[in-house]
Design a protein around this ligand. Structure first.
Ligand code: BGC
Length: 739
């Protein structure tokens, strides 16, 4: 009986709403013009029109473009459709050609804010040309779990590095009138139990680590959208977590934009709407929670209010207006300059490659002197590794290998619904080396079988590689660590897929003392052969211009300047999440608290293989003359000089860490950095400001940030290569709250 009455009410409400615009709930007059315009538009919408804005549909023939969803506009009010595409490393259109840029973990290794802005912009240029008004990316979940299957899509293990780069990327995207969605909010640091594992994170750790990148990106990047994640956070699903979405994001951070769900991450109607979710996504596979009937039912039942529906729609309209999409929507079908984009992809990679080892200045290679060069392994004659899943471009310029046979992860074999992560590229490493050194003989040895791209090297193939290395002046072995969304997490940080890559390196290194290892990975990698090889380069997933970028660095056209955005441990057992058995928990408890990433190794006094912030150059830099001043509003001004005291031009990422004197804090944490380019002999003064938040801890009793005035300032070339240090002067007045 009761339910009949509710349905009659729903029906009456629906009939009424079809013919008359529903009067919007009165709200406090918004201040800025975009809010005012959104408010005016909202008043003109019927209820049914409003409901169009809270549920995205799967692209249909009416909205081609190969995106992952679209919101239907309202023609009579000149509100355009919003086509949505993935955009982690380039447009994810399933039907249109896009450039594959290096994975975003590479971007993080560049430590270059401007480059991150340009990356967001370049991706958005293609999104817009293809008709997309919204790009899903970038993402800033921290590399808490070094085996994390999506670590390549993120920006490393430090919240300030990740947050500032994400803010820049967001600004770059939105400069092209494409709405950026930042993801995955929050506590989504692993793939194990990816559709709902309960991340259990105490309040202080959450604020100081896992929310901070989003906090910074919201404040500095002004994203149109925030995407809530698949997992649960301290009990509630992220997409129906009122504390996360309403209290923190919308109320405390004053976020005016919309919250959209990850694809299929909505679990309820009323609970999700009341918690602050504004738009459901990816419901094509089943009934939608934000469809007309359940929403009308919830309204009629007073489980949700019309004011909240208005708020959901207002936020979407605001995002469209403030990003420029409302007045200048993309139409698609525009020509893309793929050559220019590929050049940009190459420059991103060149600035992101990290030189990890360079014994006896093995690198750069002397072009004229090398008669014979061996290029070994990882399909370096044809392809590079790219991350799998929505973080990949689905239709790269040249296609990818056909399959994933032999690929193994924690809870997944093969590619599942994703294609192979081996991206064929126009100029693979072998050919790029030939371009740089045409007089040398460049030969490839390795598996040529595209059909079984992950099978282990046979004993014969390993012997052939060693024989080629033996008769060559230098041997470049490429190893790769595939990973992708929905592949699961890695079983180990040892090279796998294929499983005997370490054996291959051992055999080549035994045959030639001039062995250089190039790693293509989105995760840290164990290197049992580290002491046997002459040089090591981390190239990440290098994108479609990866061959040429690598050749530029190997032969010294480009001086490497990348620094690690996460720690490379010496052993699996040393990592903060390995525990006794290495089993990745389905409902992870973040029990290491603030000691995640480099903070763990420092606090536990564990020597890593290569620390956070580490990376070599073909030149060297001298640090001097540190001064530390405390300015107004608790900003610490750090100044020092850097001199390029080598013989080549190069860039240095100078890092400032803070040792904060408060219980629970790690020995040091990143406060700021600057990337400086210097000619040989050049000296520059570097000024870095540390925000109050960088010097604060989260005070759980005050539910706010609290500046800790007693801190030590460390300046260095990495988190463990500290060159200068000084105490921060105490503030004149009593410590205030962080801004
Ligand atoms: C991923 C998101 C992505 C969405 C749409 C989900 O599986 O987690 O990152 O944006 O799919 O493709």
């Amino acid at each position: 009986m009761q339910s009949n009455r509710v349905w009659i009410a729903v029906l009456l409400f629906a009939i009424f709403s079809l013919s008359y615009p529903v009067k919007a709930q009165e709200n406090k007059a918004p201040e800025d013009p975009a809010s005012q315009r959104a408010e005016e538009l909202l008043k003109k919408l019927t209820l049914d029109e409003k409901l169009q804005f809270i549920l995205s549909k799967y692209p249909s023939n009416a909205n081609p473009g190969g995106g992952v969803g679209y919101i239907e506009g309202v023609t009579r009010l000149h509100i355009p459709d919003v086509n949505i595409s993935d955009s982690a490393t380039g447009s994810g259109s399933a039907t249109q050609l896009s450039t594959t840029f290096p994975a975003t973990i590479a971007l993080a290794a560049s430590w270059d804010r401007k480059l991150s802005y340009d990356y967001g912009k370049e991706v958005a240029i293609q999104l817009r040309a293809q008709g997309f008004a919204m790009g899903l990316g970038g993402a800033a979940n921290l590399t808490r779990e070094p085996r994390g299957g999506r670590s390549f899509e993120y920006l490393g293990e430090d919240p300030i590095l990740a947050g500032e780069l994400l803010a820049q990327r967001t600004q770059g995207t939105q400069s092209q009138k494409v709405m950026a969605s930042i993801k995955h909010f929050a506590g989504n640091e692993q793939e194990t139990n990816r559709m709902g594992g309960n991340s259990q994170i105490d309040e202080r750790t959450l604020r100081e680590l896992y929310l901070l990148p989003f906090d910074i990106a919201v404040e500095q990047g002004h994203p149109a959208s925030v995407m809530c994640s698949y997992n649960r956070l301290n009990g509630d699903y992220a997409c129906e977590n009122a504390e996360l979405l309403t209290n923190i994001l919308k109320t405390q951070w004053h976020y005016p934009g919309q919250v959209q769900s990850d694809w299929g991450a909505t679990h309820s109607t009323s609970k999700a709407i009341n918690a602050g979710l504004d738009e459901e996504e990816g419901s094509d596979a089943g009934p939608a929670f934000f469809a007309r009937n359940p929403v009308l039912y919830a309204l009629a039942n007073h489980d949700i209010t019309m004011a909240r529906i208005d708020d959901m729609v207002r936020r979407k309209l605001y995002a469209m207006i403030s990003s420029g999409v409302m007045d200048d929507p993309p139409h698609g079908g525009e020509k893309i300059d793929f050559d220019a984009a590929r050049n940009f992809a190459q420059s991103v990679e060149e600035q992101s490659i990290v030189l990890l080892k360079n014994d006896n200045q093995q690198l750069p290679l002397p072009t004229a002197k090398l008669k014979r060069i061996a290029v070994i392994g990882s399909h370096a004659d044809a392809a590079v590794m790219s991350g799998g899943g929505s973080g990949d471009t689905i239709h790269p310029v040249t296609g990818s290998f056909p399959g994933c046979e032999g690929l193994e992860f924690v809870d997944h074999n093969g590619c599942g619904w994703w294609r192979s992560p081996w991206l064929k590229i126009p100029v693979p490493l072998m050919n790029a080396i030939r371009e740089v050194t045409p007089a040398s003989e460049v030969e490839f040895s390795g598996v040529r079988d595209e059909q079984v791209p992950f099978r282990a090297y046979s004993p014969g193939e390993i012997a052939a590689a060693a024989a080629l290395a033996c008769k060559s002046d230098v041997a470049i072995v490429v190893v790769a660590q595939p990973a992708g969304e929905d592949f699961g997490d890695l079983k180990t940080l040892r090279l796998q897929n294929p499983s005997n890559q370490d054996e291959l390196v051992d055999a080549v290194a035994a045959a030639n003392p001039h062995t250089i290892v190039v790693i293509e990975s989105g995760n840290p990698v164990l290197m049992p052969w580290k002491d046997k090889v002459a040089a090591i380069i981390e190239a990440w997933y290098p994108g479609e211009a990866g061959g040429r970028a690598l050749a530029s660095v190997l032969f010294g056209k480009v001086n490497p300047s990348g620094k690690l955005p996460f720690t490379f441990p010496a052993r699996n057992e040393d990592t903060p999440t390995w525990g006794d058995s290495g089993v990745i928990s389905k409902d992870p408890i973040y029990s290491e608290k603030l000691n995640s990433g480099y903070r763990w190794y420092d606090a536990k006094k564990i020597a890593p293989l290569f620390e956070f912030g580490y990376g070599l150059s073909y030149t060297h830099f001298r640090y001097s003359d540190l001064t530390v001043k405390r300015g107004a509003d608790h900003i610490i001004q750090v100044s020092f000089s850097i001199k390029n005291d080598g013989a080549q031009a190069g860039a240095e990422v100078a890092q400032v860490y803070l040792g904060i004197d408060a219980a629970g804090e790690p020995p040091l944490r990143l406060g700021g950095w600057s990337k400086i380019r210097l000619e040989p002999g050049e000296v520059q003064q570097v000024n870095i400001s540390l925000s109050p938040k960088a010097q604060s801890i989260w005070d759980t009793s005050a539910n706010d940030w609290r500046v800790i005035p007693d801190s030590l300032v460390y300046v260095g070339a990495s988190s463990r290569d500290i060159r200068l240090e000084e105490s921060a002067p105490r503030p004149a007045a009593k410590a205030k709250k962080a801004a």
